[in-house]
Design a protein around this ligand. Structure first.
Ligand SMILES: Nc1ncnc2c1ncn2[C@@H]1O[C@H](COP(=O)(O)OP(=O)(O)O)[C@@H](O)[C@H]1O
Ligand SMILES: [Mg+2]
Length: 271
């Protein structure tokens, strides 16, 4: 049997009566790097939260690592613990994720939960501080850091326990260009052999670096699923799903250069 990270069949989900996912089916193999694309409100965060067992399918079936993603299954402590050590979600808004008094405590939290011994925790923290360039802020409260630093700490706090499956929600949202380039560099270098990475984003410029496959969501449905480059070149699809928009403007002093061209993105996403 093929090693499967996720298998979703006809999954629906609604917030009260507000539909968020509507008949979503896909499967992701272990080791795949997938971009989850879609405009604001298309269902990306809901889908990632479901993949992290933070919400559950109302209809249809979902599995992670070949085990059912149901509330009943996750109520079993051993199942939940086993799942949490294998799957990690980095939230869009690091303020939701970071809650410890210092960066060091933040990094130690996951390993201590898993019962690692002190020397192993210490070594892992040192490695993360260096890898994410956050040594200089290690004793500071996470909520007082810059946006880029917070994102790096949030990512480090999830990666420190080396989850097999990494789920990233809009990792470049609200970052300045330098921090964004930094983070994409880290993610592009990330492919630890065999790690599955699913990244929700509407930042088309990063897709090529961080994913081989793209799944496009539109209004809670899958609008496309295929090789990332094919999807990035399907202008009609991107326009239809509001991942790009076209407008006309003229460049100063040269009205003759007025032209239609494409801009990616829908502006910074809200948390
Ligand atoms: N906590 C919530 N309560 C009610 N509706 C929500 C909530 N979170 C998201 N939604 C709605 O569900 C739909 C999908 O949202 P979301 O998964 O956050 O999309 P995305 O991450 O692509 O922006 C949207 O219509 C959104 O307004
Ligand atoms: Mg979202």
């Amino acid at each position: 049997m093929m090693a499967t990270a996720f298998e979703f069949k006809d999954v629906t989900f609604a917030y009260r009566s507000h539909p968020a996912l509507n008949g979503v089916s896909f499967s992701i193999r272990l080791g795949e790097r997938v971009a989850l694309l879609g405009a604001n409100g298309s269902g990306k965060s809901t889908l990632l939260r479901m993949m992290d067992a933070l919400c559950f399918a109302a209809e249809g079936t979902a599995t992670a690592l070949s085990a059912p993603l149901t509330e009943a299954a996750m109520q079993d402590d051993r199942t939940n613990f086993a799942f949490r050590r294998r799957v990690g979600l980095v939230f869009q808004n690091p303020d939701v994720q970071l809650f410890n008094p210092t960066v060091m405590d933040e990094l130690a939290f996951g390993p201590l939960q898993l019962g690692w011994d002190k020397p192993k925790v210490r070594d892992a923290i040192a490695a993360m501080l260096a890898r994410f360039n956050i040594e200089q802020v290690k004793d500071r409260p996470p909520h007082r850091l810059s946006g880029g630093e917070k994102k790096r700490v949030a990512l480090a706090s999830v990666l420190i326990t080396e989850p097999e499956i990494l789920l990233l929600d809009e990792p470049t949202a609200a970052l300045d260009p330098a921090s964004r380039a930094d983070l994409v560099g880290l993610l592009a270098r990330e492919p630890v052999a065999g790690r599955t990475v699913v990244t929700a984003t509407h930042d088309l410029d990063i897709v090529e670096d961080i994913a081989d496959r793209a799944i496009v969501l539109s209004e809670g449905r899958i609008a496309a699923d295929g090789p990332a480059l094919d999807i990035l070149h399907d202008i009609e699809l991107l326009r239809r799903t509001h991942l790009i928009f076209e407008h006309r403007h003229s460049h100063g002093g040269h009205p003759s250069t007025a032209h239609g061209h494409l801009h990616s993105g829908i502006g910074p996403a809200e948390a």
